[in-house]
Design a binder for this molecule. Structure first.
Ligand code: PLP
Length: 391
């Protein structure tokens, strides 16, 4: 070891994540882990079989093409057309990545100059801050605030956050961890601002198919003036319950896709060869798959939300994603960190303090996130354990 810190200054604040700490705690206490968002059942059998077939038939076992296999790029373009009426050229406007995580990192590395400001909705997915930092950008959080039972964007605050140094808006809808789905009116305002101030927009849409009740996912790229300035990101992990496969994609203009690819080619170059073929099949599944998946997840959301309410939490309405955000103050608690560190001992359940997703940690202090992408029996058991907290 040298006498100087080995982790560089850009990454010093990102040493370890709360997920590792909480998952370790889940193991040592035998707790139900509702911390990290991954399903405990795998995606469709026929898609797994498609991956096995690709592997057996020798498709994707060697480096696939840099932009992704043509079958998948064509399927991604067809998916964007089928669900949103967005036309993309599979050869020039689609890029396959190692999950959405790489798509986010490559987009920021490609599009951000050192010193550029990047606006992100706070609380934000943890890789955003690290990717902005690796790109040498400055993150400017705009906080979603509780308002009538859900977390909302203050459009004036967003407008005020834009400066002459702002280069890019990083938008996530459906939003992790709050479960907020931005409305048509909110998205229209974001689009107007981006056009007015000539900003690039990166949209993380990994939960595009997980929207509930009357919420609707509207890609920013469908708004006037946005297709040419928006990098849209999707992923098979969340949509098909294969988070281990790490197949994601970018759709945008040829110019932006080429730029993102310039960074991506020196990160992983390529990944997930045989899985790319299987995901191409998955994206072509009939509407019934997407409808049943959504209905199933909505039922899970309702089950966990009911349990959390009975246990005494204030539950924010989750209109999308895998997650429910709660307020612990009705339980006479105010520090989400302390609460989450004690919850495994007290109730045998692991959750994540939302404060880890904030720069302004004080804004997130009383909020705690639970994942509901688990089997019904697991959620029932968690709900029954949490009841012991009820005041
Ligand atoms: C899970 C998640 C990702 C990462 O997706 P991968 O395809 O697994 O890399 C990105 N953004 C959000 C908001 C997520 O919840």
């Amino acid at each position: 070891m040298t006498s100087r810190p080995v982790l560089n200054r850009r990454l010093a604040e990102f040493g370890t994540t709360i997920f590792a700490e909480m998952s370790a705690l889940a193991l040592t206490t035998g707790s139900i882990n509702l911390g990290q968002g991954f399903p405990d059942t795998d995606g469709p059998e026929e898609i797994r079989e498609a991956a096995v077939r690709a592997l057996r038939d020798g498709r994707g076992n060697q480096y696939p093409p840099g932009p992704g296999v043509p079958e998948l790029r064509t399927a991604v373009a067809a998916h964007q057309e089928r669900f949103y009426g967005l036309g993309y050229d599979p050869d020039r406007e689609v890029l396959v990545t190692a999950g959405a995580t790489e798509a986010i990192a490559a987009s920021l590395l490609a599009l951000v100059e050192p010193g550029d400001e990047v606006i992100a909705l706070e609380p934000y997915y943890d890789s955003y801050a690290a990717s902005i930092a690796m790109a040498g950008g400055t993150r400017v959080p705009v906080t979603l605030r509780p308002h009538e039972g859900s977390f909302r964007l203050d459009l004036d605050e967003l407008r005020d956050a834009v400066t002459p140094r702002t280069r890019l808006l990083l938008v996530n809808t459906p939003h992790n961890p709050t479960g907020t789905v931005l409305t048509r009116a909110e998205l229209a305002e974001i689009a107007k601002l981006a056009v007015e101030r000539d900003l690039l927009v990166v949209t993380d849409e990994v939960y595009e198919h997980l929207v509930f009740d009357d919420a609707e996912h509207l890609p920013l790229a469908t708004f006037p003036g946005m297709r040419e300035r928006t990098v849209s990101i999707g992923s098979a992990g969340k949509t098909f319950s294969f988070t281990g496969w790490k197949v994601g994609w970018v759709t945008s203009t040829a110019e932006l896709v080429t730029a993102v690819r310039s960074a991506k080619q020196f990160l992983t170059y390529v990944a997930s060869g045989p899985f790319q073929y299987a995901v191409a099949d998955a994206l072509r599944m009939p509407d019934s798959y997407f409808e049943e998946f959504r209905a199933d997840m909505r039922a899970k959301r309702d089950l966990l939300a009911g349990g959390l309410e009975q246990a005494g939490f204030k539950v924010f309405r989750s209109a999308g994603t895998y997650f429910i955000t709660t307020d612990i103050r009705p339980l006479s608690e105010s520090d989400g960190f302390a609460f989450c560190r004690s919850l495994p001992e007290r109730a045998g359940v692991v959750a994540i303090p939302n404060a880890v997703f904030y720069d302004h940690r004080e804004h997130g202090a009383p909020f705690v996130r639970f994942a509901f992408c688990k089997r019904t029996g697991v959620l029932e058991e968690a709900a029954s354990r949490l009841k012991t907290l009820a005041p």
